[in-house]
Design a protein around this ligand. Structure first.
Ligand SMILES: Nc1ncnc2c1ncn2[C@@H]1O[C@H](COP(=O)(O)OP(=O)(O)OP(=O)(O)O)[C@@H](O)[C@H]1O
Ligand SMILES: [Mg+2]
Length: 461
């Protein structure tokens, strides 16, 4: 048994409430994989959190486990038997509350029982009980528009719990709520769960919030993207270690940050390193990243706006040129995943590097942070042309075509060799956003034409 086994979760041998076995999912004609070889088991008494970047297939996996979508390969087992159709043992809570505006709270909750054969009386009785359980007493006749976000999400919970599901799925249930409301609802849910007041035997929650995962989960699955897969399963903390001040908690939060900030690295190796207390210089990440980039024709540009990018560089510049990702997430009230996408853009452009869990600005990044707009753009332009292959190619093509124009569709077609059509379009849009800001080219959305920036042409000639 390796040391990592003490942290990397393992499955128990009892029959799982619910299991995915080697699940695969492809979408569209190009059969681009969204989930590959995903196996996971859910056992009685467990609260499992799913963490991972956008697009890593977390919601897709929930849908497959709930029987709302069929896997392209592999199978879903409910108590050991293959699932057919929708899974009657599962209820779902979504980020968007999905309430019917023309129904009051009681009716919205009763909706959860619509597909079940229960008498009107029984339906009412159970709905009122769920409403009571989730703290909506007194709101039975309120309509959604009268409710705050937190109250709306309580209705979402009540509607899920009214069916007394064996398994409760929550897909980012708190992320649409303001911080305090989310905290309040999270604590209440945790109390219900720990007191076993709910009939529910297991919970699976997708979240972008590492703290939330660590506070609630007995097991944490970290997903990776392209294609979606489980990078590592981590054991959660015993409830006694979950308090904010516990050192064990801080170590686990740190470890998860380290795993998520090194998406190309072997997560189990990161766990082992952290157990041995070894720290690793960031340079070690280089080869992995470079190899992954070579495999594609293009780097993946994170979907990050210029405002967010320059904003974060300036912010870090303003606080001394370096900051822990965790502190940034807290101080800027950002989701770890959104923040990491911006950090990745900063890294790609050479404005900074991730060293362990710190973002450290490079000298050019520091200059960029301090520069006035014109110089800022000039620095960005130089870095973008040097570091971003897609922008480099677009500009080179614009320079060499006699008309100095390019058809957007042609570029997108080319990107589709490396990306799904949806992702290709997103890559293109990011490149256009960055290229426009850098004053490398202009883009006319109605004609779908890119034109070399006049100034840039003059600068080059
Ligand atoms: N019905 C669909 N048709 C085609 N592609 C889809 C469909 N549903 C999801 N996808 C694609 O599958 C991938 C995974 O999506 P999914 O929503 O499961 O990711 P996620 O991990 O939940 O992301 P997020 O954190 O942003 O919610 C994405 O690239 C998405 O575009
Ligand atoms: Mg999702």
């Amino acid at each position: 048994m390796s040391e990592a086994d003490t942290i990397v979760a393992t499955w128990s041998t009892s029959t799982a409430l619910l299991a995915a076995r080697d699940v695969m999912k492809y979408f569209g004609d190009d059969r681009r994989p969204v989930l590959e070889h995903v196996s996971v088991e859910l056992h009685e008494g467990e609260f499992v959190a799913l963490l991972g970047p956008s697009g890593s297939g977390k919601s897709t996996l929930l849908r497959i486990l709930a029987g709302l979508m069929e896997p392209s390969g592999g199978e879903v087992l409910v108590h050991g038997a293959p699932l057919e159709g929708t899974n009657p043992n599962v209820a779902l809570v979504f980020q968007s509350f999905a309430l019917f505006p023309w129904l009051d709270v009681l009716q919205n909750v009763e909706l959860g029982l619509l597909s079940m054969e229960v008498s009107d009386d029984e339906r009412r009785r159970r709905a009122l009980k769920a409403i009571d359980l989730i703290g909506l007493d007194g709101y039975e006749e309120a309509f959604p528009k009268e409710l705050s976000g937190g109250m709306k999400q309580r209705v979402g919970f009540a509607r899920a719990l009214v069916v007394q599901p064996e398994v409760l799925f929550m897909d980012e249930p708190f992320s649409a709520l303001d911080v305090l409301t989310a905290e309040n609802l999270r604590t209440e849910l945790q109390d219900l769960w720990l007191a076993k007041t709910m009939p529910t035997k297991a919970v699976v929650m997708v979240t972008h919030n590492i703290d939330e995962a660590v506070s609630l989960a007995d097991r944490i699955l970290v997903f990776g993207a392209n294609p979606g897969h489980i990078r590592v399963e981590l054991k959660g903390l015993p409830p006694s270690d979950r308090s904010e001040k516990s050192a064990t908690r801080a170590r686990l939060v740190d470890l998860i940050y380290r795993i998520m900030t090194n998406p190309e690295d072997d997560a189990v190796a990161i766990v082992e390193q952290s157990l041995q207390g070894r720290t690793r210089p960031i340079a070690a990440r280089g080869p992995g990243r470079a190899a992954a980039t070579r495999a594609r024709r293009y780097q993946v540009l994170p979907d990050v706006s210029i405002d967010d990018l320059t904003g974060l560089v300036q912010y870090i510049g303003g606080i001394g040129g370096h900051a822990a990702v965790q502190d940034l997430a807290r101080d800027l009230q950002m989701r770890a995943e959104d923040l990491l996408a911006i950090v990745e853009a900063i890294d790609l452009l050479g404005f900074g590097a991730l060293q362990e869990r710190q973002v450290v600005l490079t000298p050019i990044g520091t200059r960029f942070a301090d520069a006035e707009l014109d110089e800022e753009k000039a620095i960005f332009r130089a870095q973008a042309l040097d570091h971003i292959a897609l922008l480099h190619h677009i500009v080179r093509d614009l320079e060499t075509t006699p008309t100095h124009t390019l058809d957007a569709e042609r570029i997108i077609d080319e990107l589709e060799h490396s990306f799904s059509s949806e992702e290709a379009r997103r890559q293109f849009e990011t490149a256009v956003d960055w290229g426009r800001y850098a004053e490398l080219f202009t883009y006319d959305d109605s004609s779908g034409e890119l034109t070399l920036d006049e100034e840039h042409r003059l600068r080059r000639s």
